[in-house]
Design a protein around this ligand. Sequence first.
Ligand code: ADP
Ligand code: MG
Length: 252
Amino acid sequence: MLRIEHLTKVFPGGVVAVDDLSLTVADGEFLVIIGLSGSGKSTLLRCINRLVEPTSGKIFLDELEITALTPSQLRRSRKQIGMIFQQFNLVRRSSVMTNVLTGALGTVDAWRSVLGRFPAAAYDRAFANLERVGIPEKVDQRADTLSGGQQQRVAIARALMQEPRLMLADEPVASLDPATSHSVMKYLEEINRHDGITVLCNLHFLSLARRYATRVIALKAGRIVFDGTPTEIDHVRFQQIYGEEAVEVEIA
Ligand code: ADP
Ligand code: MG
């Protein structure tokens, strides 16, 4: 479904964040991207929905060339791509319901959403998505009164409002403790398995990659240095990816 051809991103100043990277992701995969800080994981994800403009290369979602879209075409096709972030990116002072509803902005008439009015069906869908992530009782609470794990689940519910085919998750559990990390990852697993949403997830910890990924790629200096199943990453592979000095840190 996703095809990346010779993608390169050079930031002003000359940093090559993604270096001639090619990758094909099949429908329904749960692809985890690992690599040291600075290896290009975030830049890769952000190129896919063009939060970052690639320097060269092409990205296709099925037959649609994302890298060739005009801004208005891009707005329409972005609905197919949900994204969640390490820092959740909720509107802190707004209610959980309002936050989830903003995920439907692209699907509701602009003038209605500007007035803060959504069709009843949007409220129903928002509530159903909060039920999906296990926190319907938080619907009227202010976002910043929730725990980190709950906030990330709200962010997942918000992304689900777009009914995406592809979910990009940029270190979604990096700010969370191990137990809470699993509670968030298991909802990503659920939408992958149950809804068939393809997931691309940047992760810092190999243990989480082993637990949730159907496929793992590792980046080093913007290039793919490993592509395979989680079980293929043994001690030797690990040191190639993270360097000789690295110690494998496992979390429960
Ligand atoms: P990761 O997510 O794996 O930590 P990033 O994609 O954030 O890696 O960064 C890859 C490289 O690109 C790093 O060297 C980083 O400093 C650089 N970089 C990222 N964003 C920018 C930016 N907006 N401007 C300049 N350099 C950047
Ligand atoms: Mg990053």
